[in-house]
Write a protein that binds this ligand. Structure first.
Ligand SMILES: [Zn+2]
Length: 333
């Protein structure tokens, strides 16, 4: 497959006409975007805060591809802190939409099947030593698009300021988003508290994805990750660092790599290989959590439209949460 990584200055993105239409679907027939009930509305859970603009300048688009509407996400907006919603220049430069933005087309719906869950929570953490970024996309299984986002940068608690500055410069400086990280990062405990408020919001007029007084599990929703590391390993580690009990909604999840392997009967060990195999363009900055989550949501969208049943692949034992049971025999280890 031809390589499609090109570096693109933001100003070029804004001034150039859209490149030719990108089509590469080995599994289904593309249909017009308008044929799908897509949610191009602004993310619904956002509020206002300090005004500053993101400085992300690089992105990746497919060679010869057309992602005419693609722009870097406003990382203040994803965290409910954009105050420039009435600034046309800012809106032109940065995306304020949750949509997975596949461009002119999305895969056909002809093969899609009923799902056990109404919503998928696509999560892709960043941070090896401590969690630095906690992005969760709310993917609606009926409209096949992201309808809301919860995104926070997370401030480590067991590092000196000097170490944090070096760490953030190394990780986020290369994407040009270290300033927004410093402006917005909060402690993991506060992230979880805000995440739970977000989960308790009413969806579709009646569904609450989680209730504090319920059985602890998610309601009509499941976490979707790319690999088991995020929920099996990193969340419990960070809870321990924060001196918190593991929240009960982290007891089970769906690892998209296992769904992919069992549905297509082909191994793809990571997000990029799944995207390459499916001909899905990689957008944004790889290892920026919000961009990776969107790319994983694009893979999820394809699996659903091709007819895969996205179900739970890993569960913790209720009495011994550190023990994880894997439900698929055929899986990526
Ligand atoms: Zn903004």
């Amino acid at each position: 497959m031809a390589t499609w990584r090109i570096t693109l200055l933001r100003c070029a993105l804004l001034s150039s006409p859209p490149p030719p239409f990108f089509q590469s679907s080995s599994f289904s027939t593309p249909i017009q975007r308008s044929q799908l009930k897509r949610s191009l509305v602004k993310c619904s859970s956002l509020s206002k805060g300090e005004p500053t603009s993101s400085t992300r300048i690089q992105s990746e688009i497919p060679k010869g591809g057309r992602i005419s509407s693609w722009k870097p996400m406003c990382l203040y907006h994803t965290q409910g802190k954009c105050t420039k919603m009435d600034d046309p220049l800012h809106l032109e430069k940065f995306s304020h939409s949750c949509s997975v933005e596949l461009g002119g087309t999305v895969p056909g719906l002809k093969n899609s099947r009923a799902q056990k869950f109404d919503y998928f929570l696509v999560l892709d953490l960043e941070g090896k030593v401590e969690i630095l970024e906690f992005p969760v996309l709310l993917f609606d299984a009926k409209t096949m698009d992201v309808v809301d986002v919860f995104h926070r940068f997370v401030r480590p608690t067991r590092m000196t300021e000097k170490r944090i500055n070096e760490y953030i410069e190394g990780k986020y400086g290369r994407f040009g988003v270290d300033r927004v990280w410093h402006d917005t990062a909060i402690k993991f405990e506060d992230v979880i508290e805000q995440f739970e408020s977000w989960l308790r919001k009413e969806r579709d007029g009646h569904i609450r994805l989680w209730r504090e007084d319920g059985d602890g599990h998610l309601n009509e929703a499941a976490f979707v990750t790319c690999g088991n590391w995020d929920l099996k390993t990193k969340i419990p580690q960070q809870c321990e660092v924060a001196g918190m009990k593991l929240p009960p909604y982290f007891m089970e999840w769906s690892n998209l790599k296992d769904i992919y392997l069992n549905f297509y009967n082909r191994r793809a060990p990571g997000m990029l290989s799944m995207m390459r195999e499916l001909g899905i363009p990689q957008l944004g900055s790889h290892h920026l959590g919000i961009d990776d989550s969107k790319n994983i949501a694009r893979v999820l969208q394809r699996l659903l439209t091709d007819g895969a049943l996205v179900q739970i692949t890993a569960k913790r034992s209720p009495g011994s949460p550190h023990i994880v049971r894997f439900l698929f025999q055929n899986r990526i280890k």
